[in-house]
Design a binder for this molecule. Structure first.
Ligand code: ATP
Ligand code: MG
Length: 284
């Protein structure tokens, strides 16, 4: 089954969309099939991948409120292996229309059930709010990736996000994990960035990912060409850093899978033990 990663932080402008687009593109470039779901009415992931603002095109709003299949909403992108479920500004209405709906927090999870296993990664770009759209993403997700801008107020609002994750772990989504915290717009030449990084390291421990995303003009320019950075300038520090981030996440997952395999192996009785048991049973 594919791993669903929600890119969330209710603070605005911290690099959620830049991370969602470029991480998803880096997975696809590594020949790992990936789907990006734009859960934000601002639709920045959608336009950043070159889609015009078309109110007629099926989008996340229809997925959450309509009775349409997920297949009908998925669009291919310029990058083979990367598909997208686009957004539109009418998605803002879903926040209000869903309030009285049944299973209002589970809409996205349910809508994605039939397509989850077609992708190795599904990346959800969340809006800058802890609203019903973000809740739908967090209930649909296996893990949360938290981009944090390396600035003095980086921690602002983070406790609310962590509280929300904690509440969901005790209610709607017990398996939800924190995938990690990724530093964005990092400028290692400044003392402030170093200090903020050290503080975050103390706070998050090994949840703070080793790959930090530098401030890089190519990352800011690429969306205006409707491309992820690796199609715009693959040699830029920005594109390279997201390729490294994708690799770090894939390596971590592989390690977790290896540990799980070992645990499973040890929890299964060995063939010799099964044979001894069978002999015992025959004798009794
Ligand atoms: P919102 O909360 O509004 O959804 P966001 O968290 O998705 O914002 P982005 O849209 O990714 O944040 O980034 C905010 C702005 O900063 C954008 O103009 C983007 O191009 C720019 N930006 C993001 N990351 C970088 C970076 N590493 N280097 C340079 N510019 C960046
Ligand atoms: Mg955004």
């Amino acid at each position: 089954m594919g791993r669903v990663i929600a890119v969330a932080n209710q603070k605005g402008g911290v690099g959620k969309t830049t991370t969602a687009i470029n991480l998803a593109a880096s997975f696809a470039a590594a020949e790992v099939k990936c789907l990006l779901v734009d859960c934000d009415p601002q639709s920045n992931s959608t336009s950043g991948l070159g889609f015009s603002r078309d109110p007629e095109r099926l989008n996340t709003y229809h997925l959450l409120l309509g009775d349409i299949s997920s297949e009908a909403v998925i669009q291919p992108t310029e990058l083979e292996g990367l598909s997208v479920i686009p957004s539109h500004k009418n998605l803002i209405g879903a926040n209000i229309e869903l309030v009285t709906a049944e299973d209002r927090e589970f809409r996205l999870r349910k809508a994605m059930e039939s397509i989850r296993d077609r992708y190795q990664f599904i990346v959800l770009d969340c809006p800058p709010a802890l609203d019903l759209l973000t809740l739908n993403a967090l209930v649909a997700a296996d893990s949360v990736l938290i981009p944090m801008q390396t600035e003095y107020f980086a921690m602002e609002g983070i406790s609310e996000l962590l509280d929300t994750i904690d509440r969901l772990q005790h209610s709607f989504n017990p398996d939800l994990q924190v995938e990690g915290v990724v530093l964005t717009m990092f400028d290692d030449r400044t003392n402030l960035a170093q200090q903020v990084a050290e503080e975050l390291k103390k706070h998050f421990g090994d949840k703070l990912l080793a790959t930090a995303i530098p401030r890089n003009i190519r990352l800011a320019e690429a969306p205006s060409y409707g491309k992820p950075a690796l199609l715009y300038d693959v040699r830029s520090r920005g594109a390279e850093s997201y390729i490294r981030l994708a690799k770090e996440l894939m390596d971590r997952m592989q390690k977790v899978e290896q540990v799980q395999e070992v645990v499973e192996k040890f929890s299964e009785p060995s063939p010799e033990l099964v044979e001894v048991q069978n002999v015992d049973e025959r004798q009794t």
